[in-house]
Design a protein around this ligand. Structure first.
Ligand code: MRU
Length: 345
């Protein structure tokens, strides 16, 4: 299931706010509308928003292709700033925009039509590489899963969060395809319900046994010995191995540690932010509190009540058993082993 793809010169996005009850695909060619789709979470998930933003840069370039060169370059700064201002936490967004900016910078002496063509190719490459990275991650991660394991996952780090296949769910898919007879508990993931609406939907569609639970049930399932391992995705991993991911991941990591259950994080190396030493530096997105006061449009909290809605939290590296990347699995000490892994070709 591809949540973002390029077809007939248009960007196509599955509206993830409507799943699983409605399957709607929108077409885009305006970078401002693409930025809006990221803010509104029509498309979400760290790698998927990176791919979407890369196409956004390309569409911006296409729009200004007939302008004089100086105007084109200054308009491209507006385009990249607009896309970068959408969501602050997932580093993949900024990583993908930087790749597109590098193409402009390296080819600034070429004519604009040639630059636009190269930007189209770069966005397509980012998309294709993401799928390959997920598949490679799946192979590395599946080796950590035992026959008959039951895995807990939080949020949606599946096909719908990437260009296809998924990170955490990519590992689960690979283990399932290897005949490991696994099953999955999916946390519903309040407030946006990515677990209930997207993870349960994806796994069910693939015939992977999945049981949906509310977030506050995870600890009790662990206590009863029903969970053998946790696998989640990541929005940003700092050089010391701290992991920003969907709000609630931190709680799951504490519970896993208390019960002696391995906690794995699956993420491409593009999610690693070497510019940050620890998770304390990560900007956590605050979203509209209507996501808390309302569930699927129905009010569930009294008018005027105080609310907070941080969309992500940070799991300290001490709670992470291993990080699964497309280059292999990395274990603590992360500040030493992550750079070593990233040097690998
Ligand atoms: O707010 P979202 O739905 O974009 O958050 C998504 C997550 O937190 C995912 O777990 C993360 O991006 C990894 S996706 C492969």
């Amino acid at each position: 299931m591809k949540p973002v793809y390029y077809e007939d010169g248009l960007l196509k996005l599955i509206d993830q706010t409507k799943l699983p009850t409605e399957f709607i695909v929108y077409s885009y060619s305006d970078y401002r509308e693409i930025a809006r789709a990221i803010v509104d979470m029509i498309v979400r998930g760290a790698p998927a928003i990176g791919v979407t933003a890369a196409y956004g840069v390309y569409f911006g370039a296409r729009e200004y292709a007939d302008q004089p060169k100086e105007v084109f370059f200054s308009k491209m700064k507006e385009v990249t700033s607009c896309l970068a201002a959408t969501r602050p936490t997932a580093v993949n967004l900024f990583w993908a925009i930087k790749r597109m900016e590098d193409v402009i910078e390296k080819n600034k002496d070429k004519d604009i039509k040639a630059i636009v063509k190269l930007l189209e190719k770069e966005a397509q490459d980012i998309c294709a590489e993401d799928i390959q990275m997920c598949r490679d991650m799946g192979q590395h991660g599946a080796a950590l899963i035992h026959y008959g394991d039951t895995i807990l996952t939080h949020c949606n780090a599946g096909s719908l969060a990437t260009a296809d296949y998924g990170t955490a769910l990519g590992v689960i898919r690979a283990a399932h395809d290897a005949g490991k007879n696994i099953s999955v508990y999916a946390d519903e993931t309040r407030p946006f319900l990515q677990g209930a609406r997207l993870t349960a939907y994806e796994l069910q569609a693939d015939g992977i046994p999945v049981t949906l639970i509310t977030d506050n049930m995870a600890g009790w399932m662990m206590k009863q010995g029903k969970i053998d391992g946790v696998i989640v995705g990541a929005d940003r991993i700092t050089s010391n191995g701290d992991v920003a991911n969907k709000i609630g991941t931190y709680s799951v990591s504490v519970l896993a540690k208390a019960h002696g259950i391995p906690m794995y994080v699956a993420a491409p190396t593009s999610t690693i932010d070497f510019s940050m030493k620890s998770g304390d530096e990560i900007v956590i997105e605050e979203r509209n509190c209507r996501e808390i006061s309302h569930i699927c449009g129905i009010q569930v909290a009294p008018d005027g009540v105080a609310m907070e809605n941080p969309a992500f939290d940070v799991t300290p590296h001490q709670n992470v058993t291993a990080i699964i990347t497309e280059k292999g699995v990395v274990y603590p000490p992360y500040d030493i082993n992550i750079p070593k892994l990233c040097e690998k070709q």
